[in-house]
Design a protein around this ligand. Structure first.
Ligand SMILES: Cc1ncc(COP(=O)(O)O)c(C=O)c1O
Length: 404
């Protein structure tokens, strides 16, 4: 077990304006921590000073370094099975399109996923002739169980279902899904299906990636898609897709990749036979200093310790949720149990709409956010960028909204 980090020093790695209580930042867009800022600046200087220092070998090596540390962080067996993207949205759009779902193929998804997943599915199925269906996973969030969620999935899988598209931690409610239990149930269904009819699990994992303990093999999904500019605290404009080698064989690239594939294609005018994450990495020149400095964000997590980060995020979230649950004028929507929650807390304040809540808190210098969903609640997202004191200040501000 790694030593407990000094969380006060961790706070100082971030340049947040602490005149504001930053309780709405982690789930939105990252503030770069010090090691990431330094790495970006070093790479930027190098690239600005002498473009000749940039070579294809260097780019491949730098990106492989990022893939390898991401694979170590998430226990992906082969680093080549990680595709680098700009965001969760780019990963979702790329993979749903690359699956080339045909008429008679259905994507089963839920009413709890983010716009980016819903639109990626709609656009991809519209293009290729597939269809989609959205379901509710539970009736009442306050009483949700693993059995209810798994049962909702299993009951709704039809003969046509080829993909199950779900979200690890819902950014609407903060609910964390029991993904390993879902994949176990899916494996039973798939055991009775032939290879081309198996149901693939595509997981939008962005709000568990960087806080939760489960690894890629433990989650058991076929495609794991996340941005790295939220809870990983990587440079803005970074994301990844991890997939099993078998799953990669089921997709066709959408955007040409700039990897060794390029040389093979130029020399042999045909694509390499086996697909992987390298070939599914959209090519073109990117903001290289941001891409390469992602290494330093994963290193920060590994140095802090995955378990230590989980403990800290859950400790702060428990403190915040228990405080909100005790307030008579507040409805807490996120489950209290660690098992069903991560770093997002959704709540409503009596007598206020969600935009009014966010605005009233901002006037008190507390930053909350509103989620982009049909039913949108106010959110706090305590993370390693926060202290207990900030959580208490956030709670005081919510308490002061009580109308007499
Ligand atoms: C569940 C979920 N998926 C996807 C996204 C989009 O993330 P990105 O900015 O990495 O595309 C968000 C945004 O917050 C989200 O909450």
């Amino acid at each position: 077990m790694q030593a407990k980090p000094d969380w006060e020093s961790v706070l100082k790695l971030f340049n947040y304006n602490r005149e504001y209580v930053q309780l709405g930042a982690s789930q939105f867009i990252v503030s770069h921590p010090e090691p990431v800022r330094t790495a970006i600046e070093n790479f930027r200087r190098e690239l600005d000073e002498n473009r000749v220092l940039y070579t294809e070998e260097k780019e491949m090596g730098m990106m492989q370094r990022v893939r390898e540390i991401a694979a170590a962080y998430f226990a992906v067996p082969n680093a080549d099975d990680i595709a680098m993207t700009d965001s969760t949205t780019m990963g979702l759009g790329t993979i749903y399109t690359a699956l080339n779902l045909q008429k008679g193929h259905e994507v089963l998804t839920t009413n709890h996923d983010h716009y980016s997943q819903h639109e990626a599915i709609r656009q991809a199925t519209q293009r290729s002739g597939g269809s989609f269906r959205r379901i509710d996973l539970y009736k009442n969030l306050a009483e949700v169980t693993t059995e209810e969620i798994v049962d909702s999935v299993v009951r709704n899988i039809s003969e046509q279902t080829r993909v199950l598209g779900i979200t690890w931690v819902h950014s609407s409610s903060g609910l964390k899904l029991p993904v390993p239990a879902i994949t176990k149930a899916l494996a039973k269904i798939n055991a009775g299906r032939d290879a081309q009819n198996k149901v693939l699990l595509l997981l939008d994992g962005v709000h568990g990636f960087g806080t939760e303990m489960e690894t890629f093999p433990e989650l058991g999904c076929d495609f794991f898609i996340a941005g790295c500019h939220k809870w990983i605290y990587g440079p803005r404009g970074n994301g990844l897709v991890a997939a099993t080698r078998e799953a990669w064989q089921l997709v066709n690239p959408v955007i040409p990749s700039f990897t060794d594939t390029m040389e093979v294609v130029i020399a042999e005018e045909e694509r390499p036979k086996e697909m992987d994450g390298l070939q599914m990495t959209p090519g073109g020149f990117h903001a290289l200093e941001h891409r390469w400095a992602l290494y330093d964000a994963f290193k920060m997590h590994l140095d802090l310790g995955k378990q230590q980060v989980w403990d800290r995020v859950h400790q702060l979230n428990r403190l915040c949720k228990e405080g909100l649950a005790d307030m008579p004028h507040v409805t807490l929507h996120t489950p209290l149990a660690d098992e069903f929650s991560a770093g997002i807390i959704s709540f409503e304040v009596d007598g206020y709409t969600t935009p009014e809540t966010v605005e009233a808190l901002l006037k008190k210098k507390v930053v909350a956010t509103a989620a982009p969903y049909k039913t949108s609640w106010a959110r706090f997202t305590p993370g390693i960028i926060n202290s207990e004191e900030e959580v208490m200040k956030g709670l005081e501000a919510v308490y002061s909204l009580k109308k007499t």
